[in-house]
Design a protein. Structure first.
Lengths: 167, 591
């Protein structure tokens, strides 16, 4: 158990106002609807690997590489925060992505990998156990905006022990 | 007073004096020792006339059998005992177990493993729960989280029919226990956090085909409300379920069905509560928002709406009214009344005339400050202006009860015709409510709120209490350190049973609340105890352990099924993980 995260006190998650900026972001996403999910050609299979996955023969599958066009861009991350609320992501993952029905996105641990491309895949195509595919509603640009926000959430130090005897 | 009540019960009176004189709505006579429907009987009393376990000997109760379901989700609901078989439905993936009670160790006769879509997990607001099966006509009937109703041969475990009733894509899941009346299976959908267009359906017990569908809101034609048969006690006019929602917001107005249903065979009416209005930001749905947060009475054969009463008009606190409607025949002011008693999330306990829907009494059973009282002439709450919410009001602080409810609707109450008292778990929590604008995107949450909780007055978070529904007063209560989320059971031995969130299962004196026995069952209890007489002739008590039902509780290291999901403890129960963790176990106790 790690130290207490920025407090997620609510059962129901926070939702930011759908501000002018968020609506603008949505409109921008709509304009850039899903032209290209990857930077590779349509005939190349993507080479997403999950951190925890094993590979037969120690050989990761070859393929195209997904690149986040906004990696580390703080302004895009701020837009992504608004989009996170406007698309109801916080309705499942909680305000600040600290978890509710859906898992915590700010704890530094990942079911399907935490690299940009892996997070992109989770949002664009969805995942089993109820993560909807947002690629249709957001397009690649909108998903990259969310990825940039989620990757900007600073995970706390991972302390796997929680003690009630010594605080 | 209790001595007089006991005397009346002993001599089987139904018309003696005393203002709490009462009798069960359906016969408690002829107790057969089974538990064939979720709430024991159609009146939803959760009362058993078995009396081997008494106030005198209950202290020797001890566990005699356990079984791990292998499922970590919240184990709400309860087993059934039909003849010599116990039936158990797990949370998702909704496995149905049939245990042979005639053999040592209760080996399985069979288990039924339906295919249930994992997508349902992400559309479940409040854990992957199931509130139990119903036995009728040789069939076990229950609901799957992904929106199907199934009927299974109670003898062989063979699937007889499977009907899709709900649409995951719309945010609908099914967690409630069905009610079977004659040849009708009645089911409804959860989804008050997803902006569904709430409904209830009647299926044919023989074939599973949907015979009728009735919306809980919207135009009269969708609601199966006809002017000649729909007589609400306080309202007039047509299409109230649509006209009480600004800008056609009823189309995504919620009003789900996820509690337990009761039925009165004499009046031929079934009763169920509807959940919250969607979204949580009330300014996106101005008006009364009928018939969310209401009780509806319908005919089972065709679903015709006969009356409806709204407990919380323009719900702006997430006060679902999906808690059980218990049917009891009470004597009020010297008059015999076919009553309906309901403990609402909004903190008031209501005693209604179940023929007409009129409110006879409404008193707070938990700390309440959103309303001062309920006006019996109009049926409406007298609102406290400072506790009304909405996006333009910002963060409204210190509202009681919290949206966990004065009682959780998943924690059904019990009624004893011997003590004339109702028994229920309660929560002592308040909340802040910061609403904000939200947009509906099909299949994603439609909420718009942030609601941190805090402890209510008194320094405890839950109780188990006894309530007199004639006088509207609390007779006794036991404080609990955590919110109390188990259902109640009461027996003719005058013993009541409940479990706690930190994992204790308790028996108490139904007349005083004195704890007679307690045992730590391995996980928090959010299920509902039952009692039955097994083939060996002895009386047993069964209950599920398995904390869940609210993701805030699953913070900290109780989220044991997913090491990639680590959360801070919820700050209103910061140390719950010290006392319990997830895990479904069936427990059976005996003397």
């Amino acid at each position: 158990m790690r130290p207490r995260l920025p407090q997620c006190r609510m059962r129901r998650p926070a939702t930011l106002l759908c501000t002018v900026l968020a609506c603008a972001a949505l409109a921008a996403c709509a304009r850039q609807a899903p032209t290209a999910a990857t930077s590779s050609t349509a005939t190349t299979l993507p080479a997403v690997r999950y951190e925890a996955h094993l590979t037969a023969g120690g050989l990761p599958p070859a393929g195209g590489v997904l690149h986040n066009p906004h990696q580390g861009d703080a302004a895009v991350a701020r837009s992504g925060a608004l989009l996170f609320a406007a698309m109801n992501c916080d309705g499942c993952h909680g305000g600040g992505g600290t978890g509710w029905v859906g898992p915590d996105l700010a704890d530094g641990r990942w079911r399907y990998g935490g690299a940009d491309a892996e997070v992109f895949y989770s949002i664009y195509y969805g995942r089993p156990r109820g993560m909807p595919a947002f690629g249709g509603a957001l397009g690649a640009e909108g998903v990259w905006t969310l990825v940039t926000y989620i990757r900007s959430l600073a995970p706390p130090a991972d302390l796997p022990t929680e003690s009630w005897e010594t605080k | 007073m209790w001595r007089a009540a006991l005397f009346a019960a002993l001599v089987g009176l139904s018309a003696a004096g005393g203002r709490t004189q009462a009798a069960p709505a359906q016969g408690a006579t002829g107790e057969d020792g089974q538990w064939t429907m979720p709430a024991k009987d159609y009146a939803a009393t959760r009362y058993s006339a078995l009396a081997d376990i008494t106030r005198q000997n209950a202290r020797s109760l001890h566990p005699v059998w356990t079984f791990s379901t292998g499922v970590l989700g919240g184990h709400e609901g309860q087993p059934l005992v039909v003849g010599d078989t116990m039936y158990v439905v797990t949370p998702w993936p909704n496995v149905l177990y049939a245990f042979d009670l005639t053999r040592e160790g209760y080996p399985l006769r069979w288990k039924y493993r339906p295919e249930v879509s994992a997508n349902a997990i992400g559309v479940s607001c409040c854990d992957i729960v199931n509130r139990g099966p119903f036995y009728a006509d040789g069939k076990i009937v229950y609901n799957l989280l992904d929106g199907h109703t199934v009927a299974v041969d109670a003898h062989t475990g063979r699937e007889l029919w499977k009907t899709q009733v709900a649409d995951l894509g719309e945010g609908e899941t099914v967690t409630m226990a069905p009610l079977v009346v004659k040849d009708r299976v009645i089911v409804g959908a959860s989804g008050g956090e997803f902006g569904i267009y709430g409904w209830i359906k009647g299926l044919d017990l023989g074939t599973g085909q949907t015979v009728w569908t009735a919306r809980n809101l919207g135009p009269d034609s969708d609601m199966r409300a006809r002017p000649d048969t729909f007589k609400p006690p306080y309202d007039h006019g047509t299409d109230l379920g649509a006209s009480s929602w600004a800008n056609d917001s009823w189309r995504t107005g919620g009003a789900p069905v996820w509690g337990f249903i009761s039925y009165d065979p004499e009046l031929d009416l079934f009763y169920y509560g509807t959940g919250n209005a969607s979204p949580y930001n009330p300014e996106q749905r101005l008006g009364d928002n009928k018939w969310s947060a209401s009780v509806l009475a319908r005919r089972p054969a065709d679903g015709a709406l006969v009356w409806a009463y709204q407990f919380t008009p323009h719900d702006n606190w997430d006060y679902d009214a999906t808690g059980t409607m218990i049917l009891a025949d009470l004597t009020i002011g010297g008059r015999a009344v076919k009553a309906l008693v309901h403990f609402d999330k909004n903190g008031f306990a209501y005693t209604l005339d179940r023929a007409s829907g009129r409110v006879l009494l409404a008193r707070a059973f938990a700390p309440v400050n959103w309303a001062r009282a309920v006006d019996l002439s109009t049926g409406r709450p007298v609102l406290e202006p400072a506790k009304q919410t909405g996006a333009s009001r910002g963060n409204v602080k210190g509202i009681c009860p919290s949206l966990e409810g004065g009682v959780s609707p998943s924690s059904p109450a019990a009624y004893s015709p011997r003590t004339h008292l109702f028994y229920t778990s309660t929560n002592n929590l308040c909340m802040d409510y910061a609403a904000s604008h939200t947009t509906r995107l099909k299949g994603t949450p439609y909420m718009g709120v942030n609601t941190p909780y805090s402890a209510g007055p008194g320094g405890y978070l839950g109780t188990f209490m006894a309530w007199d529904a004639v006088s509207g007063r609390k007779v006794w209560e036991n404080h609990e350190p955590y919110p109390t989320w188990s259902g109640a059971l009461v027996t003719a031995g005058d013993v009541a049973f409940y479990g706690t969130l930190d994992g204790w299962f308790k028996s108490v004196d139904a007349r005083t609340g004195q704890v007679l026995s307690k045992f730590k069952v391995g996980s928090g209890v959010v299920g509902n105890p039952i009692t039955y007489r097994a083939p060996d002739g002895r009386q047993y008590v069964a209950v599920y352990a398995g904390i869940g039902g609210d993701w805030a509780l699953l913070s900290g290291d109780t989220r044991s099924d997913d090491p990639t999901d680590v959360r801070a403890p919820a700050d209103y129960v910061p140390d719950i993980a010290r006392h319990t963790s997830q895990g479904g176990i069936i427990w059976i106790f005996a003397l």
